[in-house]
Design a protein around this ligand. Structure first.
Ligand code: ADP
Length: 347
């Protein structure tokens, strides 16, 4: 084969790959590369030494390196560009003057592994704290040192709260892992959005009858007896509304109402806004709210029984329903969670 010619069928085929492919001569000069490889490294790699882009010693001179030339020559490489990419690089010697370098993008896998590691660490930490507190109180009660009924009841009440908190946390972790794994599957049943919403508003208002806060449902659809139908799962949609309404009540100022607006944008979209008056959320945290276990004020969320998973669950359910979430907050004034659902036609 001529020194610098690559069979055109190899060049064309390489464009079909999902991975980066570079062909180099024995002196490490790039003879050809597919677009993916150029996107990873640079558009200007042709005729340059590959080690200018992949800083691995063996790549400076492929012939002189002691690469065995089989695909077991594997390297891990990080590109610190805007997106931090993790690549696995494999080298195959094709003939005395031709080396193929395969770039496998492992970024998604590495990110998923990191998310999973962080999640396990977070869950263990979150479960450990109520458990430590429970064990502490049980030991104190068993020691027989608490003689007074009032103290005993106080301890039992804290233990009851901690046990319930663990229960809520486990329920939320299970919900989250279910909705996350099913996120890519759109539900295939047609349900009304308005019925579950009305039902939940009524039941929260009845439950909180003694409280100073009330949820007011405002239906701004032009013709409000038109039902809004979506492809959805009623239990999951209920969970979205419960989480958002309970947050609006939890984080709202006393003696203020929570407003729910239903507005039909066009024939094929409805926007539901949950609005409360309260301390709100500083702008810098808005993008982080749907992260698992993210709370603006951890102690406050804990004190009012939060798990830090409610909005993460909302996010994944909405993705599954092809709905959009936007959050706006003016601190010390108003916070709005807006949900936009695509509607389906019901004949
Ligand atoms: P939590 O169980 O802590 O309420 P969520 O995932 O439901 O967890 O919410 C995450 C955080 O978002 C809360 O801890 C709180 O800081 C903030 N947040 C959610 N809704 C509101 C709201 N309506 N007003 C102000 N802050 C809110």
């Amino acid at each position: 084969m001529n020194k610098n010619t690559i069979p055109s069928n190899i060049s064309n085929l390489s464009q079909l790959l999902d991975d980066g492919l570079i062909l180099c001569d024995k002196n490490s000069i790039v003879l050809s590369s597919n677009t993916i490889a150029q996107n990873f490294l640079s558009k200007k790699i042709l005729n340059k030494n590959i080690s200018d882009f992949i800083e691995i010693n063996e790549f400076k001179n492929l012939e002189a390196s002691d690469l065995k030339g089989d695909l077991n020559d594997e390297f891990h490489f990080q590109i610190n560009d805007l997106i931090k990419r993790s690549l696995i690089i494999k080298v195959k010697k094709i003939d005395n003057n031709l080396y193929a370098i395969l770039l496998l993008d492992m970024t998604l896998q590495r990110n998923l592994e990191k998310v999973r590691r962080d999640f396990v660490a977070n869950v263990s930490h979150e479960l450990k704290s109520p458990l430590t507190s429970l064990v502490g109180f049980i030991e104190t009660l068993l020691s027989g040192k608490v003689h007074n009924d009032l103290d005993r009841n106080k301890f039992l009440k804290i233990m009851d709260e901690e046990a319930k908190r663990m229960n809520r946390l486990i329920d939320d972790i299970l919900s989250l892992s279910k909705v996350e794994t099913e996120e890519h599957i759109t539900p295939n049943t047609t349900i009304s959005l308005i019925d579950p919403l009305q039902h939940i508003v009524t039941s929260i208002n009845e439950r909180d009858l003694k409280n100073s806060k009330k949820i007011i449902l405002k239906d701004l659809r032009i013709n409000s007896d038109v039902q809004c139908f979506i492809s959805g799962n009623t239990d999951e949609i209920n969970q979205v509304f419960v989480n958002l309404l309970e947050n609006a009540i939890k984080y709202g100022f006393d003696n203020t109402d929570v407003i729910v607006n239903i507005e039909q944008l066009q024939d094929h979209e409805v926007i539901i806004k949950v609005i409360n008056k309260g301390e709100g959320i500083p702008q810098k945290y808005i993008d982080r709210l749907t992260e698992r276990f993210f709370r603006v004020d951890k102690a406050r969320s804990r004190q009012i029984g939060g798990t830090g998973l409610g909005l993460a669950i909302v996010k994944h359910i909405l993705i599954r329903h092809r709905a959009q979430l936007s959050i706006n907050s003016i601190p010390d004034e108003e916070t709005t969670f807006s949900l936009t659902f695509p509607l389906v036609d019901v004949k």
